[in-house]
Design a binder for this molecule. Structure first.
Ligand code: CMC
Length: 441
């Protein structure tokens, strides 16, 4: 093998430049040049220097990270080196959250004190209840979650001291602990039901189910199959490297704002139908299709470019999303308890046709994490509006792991991309009375 450099010839000037190539853990999946090395490439001294143009970051690494590895070609996902399949089978969500944040799986005593810490921060300030009461009865729970998480920064003003590791740590615990409570309260509010306070004797997901679904019983007992299924879903959603909302978390966090404001922004990014809002849209799509025999007609509409096949396709995976495989398995376990979701038949038929169809095959479109998760959530009794919320709760640990990593990375600064200006050159100001109507540009 030759040198780890790239030689660039600028044909405008005939000059040659040599820039270093550097690598991550896997040279084949992480070779890069520094975009700032291009700035030396100039036509003359006044020239700003060459930039790289990359809308939507299709080929730009914005950071070096040690948290999550994805090989989209081979359908591989690992948190801190551990394959997602192993974590889903053998870990709990809180163990995985610890792993993402600390880099190592906890020992038994570390896990005990981490679980204790999280479960003792699940209560929210009574004023937050009043705050939630102010939302309309039909407010989308994701909107309520975003607004309320943002408001938490006003309850914990110390959170702005982001350079103090102990302060950061406290907010991380609070956020992981309080997200399920806010989510559950938002749900109860939209149903007109009284809020159920956390039961810290239950597991993280067991307590979440308690706060959502407890009615008159003295002590809520979560169904162990559903409790574990939700925990597995939380593990699968915990992180996904530089996805849209994580990029937002890092970007907002780079301004050194408090983490509640940054998480509110990240959750807002997640809410969109192309990201975490897709699971809600999958269900709406399946309901619209209505029956198995109407699947071919829907596929025709997708191919005509009229609609997207929600829950299909991914920026990174060009193979079956490994999370979708696990979720499909979990779906059958949940349906044993809840009875089969009648929409499953339509989903399976959609998948069968799409995986054989030339349109999807050539574009390498496979089911993603959102394709089957909604069917499980619905069978468990969640209304569709809650689906993106169920994504936001576990993703909080991933957002926070990236926030921590970003703040401790000496190479990171305030996030601020460049642009290529395409607008008009400098113009003379025209006084109002002299302006003529012009066709819009
Ligand atoms: N249905 C139909 N066609 C699709 C779909 C789809 N779901 N996804 C991509 N395509 C087509 C797209 O039209 C394009 O075709 P052409 O080359 O003819 O223009 C081609 O496939 C490449 O797609 P792209 O839009 O360039 O891909 P992208 O990387 O920019 O978008 C995506 C990725 C996830 C936004 C997109 O696949 C999509 O909109 N999927 C549906 C929404 C969805 O399920 N989102 C959840 C993503 S996974 C979880 C998460 O991130 O939260």
């Amino acid at each position: 093998m030759g040198k780890d450099t790239l030689t660039i010839i600028d044909n405008r000037t005939g000059r040659t430049y040599e820039v270093p190539i550097f690598y991550g853990t896997y040279p084949k999946y992480g070779a890069a040049i520094r975009a700032t090395d291009l700035r030396q490439i100039k036509v003359d001294e006044d020239d700003f220097g060459l930039m790289s143009y990359d809308p939507a970051f299709l080929n730009t690494a914005s950071t070096r990270s040690r948290i999550t590895f994805i090989d989209g070609e081979r359908g591989i996902l690992r948190y801190r080196g551990y394959p997602i399949e192993v974590l889903a089978e053998r870990s709990t969500y809180l163990e995985v959250a610890y792993l993402l944040l600390h880099g190592e799986l906890p020992t038994r005593s570390q896990l005990e004190s981490w679980t204790h810490e999280i479960m003792h921060h699940t209560f929210i300030h009574e004023s937050i209840k009043k705050f939630l009461d102010g939302f309309h009865y039909d407010a989308h729970p994701m909107g309520m979650l975003i607004g309320t998480v943002g408001a938490l920064s006003t309850f914990y003003p110390e959170a702005k001291h982001i350079h103090d590791p102990a302060v950061r740590r406290r907010q991380i615990v609070r956020l992981i602990a309080k997200m399920p409570t806010i989510a559950a309260f938002a749900y109860r509010h939209s149903r007109g039901l009284p809020y159920v306070y956390p039961d810290n004797e239950l597991s993280y997901t067991g307590n979440f189910l308690n706060m959502l679904f407890k009615t008159t019983e003295l002590k809520y007992k979560p169904n162990p199959v559903l409790e574990r299924a939700l925990d597995v879903l939380f593990i699968l959603h915990a992180d996904h490297e530089q996805n849209c909302s994580t990029n937002v978390m890092r970007s907002i966090g780079s301004s050194h704002v408090d983490p509640y404001s940054a998480v509110a922004g990240a959750a807002a990014a997640l809410y969109g139908p192309l990201h975490g809002g897709a699971n809600e849209q999958v269900l709406r799509m399946l309901q619209e299709i209505g029956s198995k025999d109407r699947v071919p007609a829907y596929i025709r509409r997708v191919k005509a470019g009229e609609v997207l096949l929600m829950g299909f396709g991914h920026r990174v995976y060009k193979n079956y999303d490994p999370r979708a495989k696990i979720i499909k398995q979990v779906a059958y376990e949940v349906f044993e308890v809840t009875g089969t979701n009648p929409l499953l038949e339509i989903a399976l038929e959609l998948e069968r046709i799409a995986l054989e169809d030339e349109y999807f095959v050539t574009r390498r479109l496979y089911p993603n994490v959102d394709f089957y998760s909604g069917l499980i959530y619905q069978a468990m009794g969640f209304p569709v509006e809650m689906f993106p919320v169920l994504f936001a709760i576990p993703r909080t640990s991933g957002w926070l792991a990236h926030w921590e990593e970003m703040l401790q990375d000496p190479e990171q600064k305030i996030s601020r991309p460049r642009q290529i200006y395409d607008g008009p050159d400098v113009r003379d100001y025209v006084p109002l009375e002299e302006r003529e109507v012009r066709a819009p540009a």
